[in-house]
Design a protein around this ligand. Structure first.
Ligand code: FES
Length: 211
């Protein structure tokens, strides 16, 4: 794999072909915020919080660091007035959906975001898609998916699949940057019937007792 020389925040970086800006930055200790990225999953580029400024042949543009591949002589700025402004607005928009999410509150403090700038639509889902993609890509079950559109978009478990697959899994829970996933699961739980193999009593009383 060939080496690519580029500059990130003034540092000379030697990356491998195929790396993203996010990965190259990490090799020199530069951290870029992410919300929808996971090393276990295919690059997605959904939340845009990883936006950075790049200069290609003298032309500046804004790109998502988690999906943009390194290029020879690329100049990258992971912090700049423009970048910070974009991240601030994105955080404000996400806070309208998940006002209590710790990760957003921390980012809001860092970027001086106004927690009340946008009208609240507290679905608690910030549409990062981590749970949906994990279930599809890693577990190959598709037990959780997106429903609705626009600002009403949120995640939902599909009870018929979740009843069979989720009781003993729940591997997507730790990926959720807000409390949306657990809340959606609790809602769907009432529609699920535990599989016969589970340690319940076999009826729908959820007593947890055998027999
Ligand atoms: Fe890059 Fe979400 S972390 S778009």
């Amino acid at each position: 794999m060939s080496e690519i020389h580029l500059q990130i925040d003034g540092k000379e970086v030697v990356a491998s072909e195929g790396m993203t800006i996010l990965e190259a930055a990490k090799t020199v200790g530069i951290s870029i915020p992410t919300l929808c990225h996971s090393e276990k999953l295919e690059p997605y580029g959904g939340c845009r919080i990883c936006t950075v400024e790049v200069e290609v042949r003298g032309w500046p543009k804004l790109v998502a660091g988690c999906i943009y591949p390194v290029e020879k002589d690329l100049v990258v700025r992971t912090k700049s007035e423009k970048v910070n402004k974009i991240r601030k607005v994105l955080i404000e928009e996400m806070l309208a959906h998940a006002p209590d999410a710790e990760v957003l509150k921390e980012l809001a403090t860092e970027y001086g975001a106004d927690k009340d700038r946008f009208e609240k639509h507290p679905s608690f889902c910030i549409h990062c898609g981590l749970c949906v993609r994990y279930c599809a890509e890693i577990k190959k079950k598709n037990a959780v998916g997106f429903v609705d559109r626009g600002s009403n978009r949120e995640i939902s478990f599909i009870p018929e699949i979740a009843a069979k697959e989720c009781w003993d899994c729940k591997e997507c829970f730790p990926l959720c940057p807000t409390s949306a996933l657990q809340a959606a699961y609790v809602l769907a739980e009432s529609l699920m019937t535990p599989p016969e193999s589970a340690s319940g009593c076999g009826c729908s009383c959820s007593s947890g007792k055998k027999g």
